[in-house]
Write a protein that binds this ligand. Structure first.
Ligand SMILES: [Zn+2]
Length: 167
């Protein structure tokens, strides 16, 4: 016969739950935090606020990587320079999603996609959303362009681009 004492941890009883002897979150937690984006993503977010996409070039492998990073994972050395990229590209892959972020179902799907950005090396892209297109009309390799928020609404976020639309 197996007893609970053979397993790690302490099982909770109904009495402990009734008496509030365990942590229960009944209110929205006031969880404040700071996050350091680092050099590469920090610059990338600042450029988004200005309506620009930026990548990093590695002089050894000649790749231009986006999102930018300060270190080339193929050459095991720092990347060398900033490169401005276009705000257009091609659909590398996509999905038609009928789920929200919290896994509840929605009637109108979103279309998350990886966009290969013009000016970056092949296969380099960013994850974003497609818009202004019916799900059934999306194709791999389709040309798309960023639809930006107006400058005054931008805040240095990937969401300063509303979505990418066919063009
Ligand atoms: Zn490299």
């Amino acid at each position: 016969m197996t007893s609970e004492r053979e397993y790690p941890g302490t099982p909770l009883t109904d009495g402990q739950l009734r008496r509030g002897e365990v942590l229960l979150v009944e209110h929205e937690p006031n969880a404040r935090y700071a996050w350091d984006a680092g050099v590469a993503i920090g610059r990338s977010l600042a450029e988004l606020k200005k309506g620009r996409l930026v990548g990093r070039e590695c002089y050894r492998c000649r790749r231009i990587v986006v999102p930018p990073r300060m270190f080339c994972e193929q050459c095991f050395r720092p990347t060398d320079r900033w490169v401005y990229l276009k705000d257009s590209g091609r659909v590398n892959t996509y999905s038609i999603s009928y789920l929200r972020w919290d896994a509840t179902r929605v009637a109108k799907p979103s279309i998350p996609a990886v966009i290969e950005i013009d000016g970056a090396s092949k296969g380099m892209g960013i994850l974003h959303l497609l818009g202004g297109v019916k799900p059934e009309d999306v194709q791999m390799g389709m040309r798309v362009k960023a639809v930006w928020k107006p400058p005054r609404q931008r805040e240095g976020s990937i969401r300063d681009i509303r979505y990418f639309r066919p063009y």
